[in-house]
Design a binder for this molecule. Structure first.
Ligand SMILES: NC(=O)C1=CN([C@@H]2O[C@H](COP(=O)(O)OP(=O)(O)OC[C@H]3O[C@@H](n4cnc5c(N)ncnc54)[C@H](OP(=O)(O)O)[C@@H]3O)[C@@H](O)[C@H]2O)C=CC1
Ligand SMILES: O=C(O)C1=N[C@H](C(=O)O)C[C@H](O)C1
Length: 271
């Protein structure tokens, strides 16, 4: 089988660089193109040299149209505004897209779902295997303990992260709320201050840490009087997300148009 050629957007970003490294190393995948913000001083540089992996013969470009024939799947970890622009390009040019960006509003997510009627799209706030298994474990925890415990979701990330709570934490909240027959928009609490009163058992509360170089840590806490269950995932390298994105890219190539997630890629959920 021929290798899947991926285009990586936001090439000089934290994930962009890691995705380039992953594409250069992952079996069955090739780096086809690497995108930078138009006007960036890095345009024209070699993508392999950018990540200190030797010459890759892929020059950074600011214009997707110039490399349209060089890639099969677009892999995008940038910002919501930029992702939606790339999504429009993918629809117009019939290219599958893997979206790892977080921080989308409900309206933007609806826009992505609409686009996925025309092309195959994976939208996943976290491409690590362990986190997607955690989503599954949360269903069981919510089923068994969710109705009588206090549920708290705690996440920590590096000081540069722009959105909060993380996309992963919000998805954790959604998974739990769905199992409990609740709407996260109705029961979420984002931080506490002052005289808050006693805790309302029907809420799911989020706490956010932003500090130093934390790659990504997520805990779900189900607390009763006398015992508590904590389920934690800790990422120590962005390569875990990037390898997940490569796996997702290969999987997506064989799909019909539709909106998919990482649990389907990993076989934890039916397609
Ligand atoms: N799904 C997952 O598994 C994971 C998701 N993420 C998500 O990925 C996203 C990126 O994270 P990270 O790499 O740390 O962020 P960075 O800020 O390091 O990188 C973002 C990159 O996108 C570029 N970019 C942003 N906006 C635009 C735009 N409008 N046009 C062109 N380029 C743009 C930036 O360019 P410039 O510097 O010029 O602004 C930069 O190169 C975040 O949403 C994060 O939450 C992160 C890790 C794992
Ligand atoms: O911005 C990051 O770094 C990460 N973002 C994702 C999120 O918002 O959930 C996933 C990962 O934890 C790293």
């Amino acid at each position: 089988m021929e290798a899947i050629r991926v285009a990586v957007t936001g090439a000089s970003g934290r994930m962009g660089r890691t995705l380039i490294e992953a594409a250069l190393a992952h079996p069955g995948v090739e780096l086809g193109a690497a995108l930078e913000r138009p006007g960036s001083t890095l345009i024209g540089c070699d993508a392999g040299e950018l990540v200190a992996r030797g010459h890759a013969a892929v020059k950074l470009t600011g214009d997707l149209a110039l490399v349209n024939d060089d890639f099969d799947v677009l892999v995008d970890f940038t910002s919501p505004k930029s992702s939606l622009g790339f999504l429009q390009y993918c629809v117009e040019n019939n290219k599958p897209m893997v979206i790892g960006t977080t921080g989308f509003t409900d309206e933007e997510k609806a826009e992505i779902a609409q686009a996925a009627q025309a092309i195959p799209v994976i939208l996943a706030p976290n491409m690590a295997v362990g986190v997607n298994l955690l989503f599954k474990l949360l269903e069981t925890a919510a089923e068994v303990m969710g109705s009588y415990t206090d549920i708290e979701i705690i996440e920590g990330h590096h000081r540069f992260k722009k959105d909060a709570p993380s996309g992963t934490a919000l998805k954790m909240g959604e998974v739990i709320a769905d199992k409990l027959g609740q709407d996260l928009n109705e029961c979420a609490i984002y931080g506490r201050e002052g005289i808050t009163g006693e805790r309302d058992r029907d809420t799911i509360a989020f706490s956010t840490i932003r500090a130093g170089d934390i790659v990504g840590e997520h805990t779900a806490l189900f607390a009763d009087i006398g015992e508590r269950l904590e389920i934690t995932h800790k990422a120590s390298s962005r390569m875990t997300f990037a390898n997940g994105a490569m796996r997702a890219s290969s999987w997506l190539m064989q799909r019909e148009p539709g909106l998919y997630d990482m649990q389907q890629v990993l076989g934890f959920k039916p397609v």
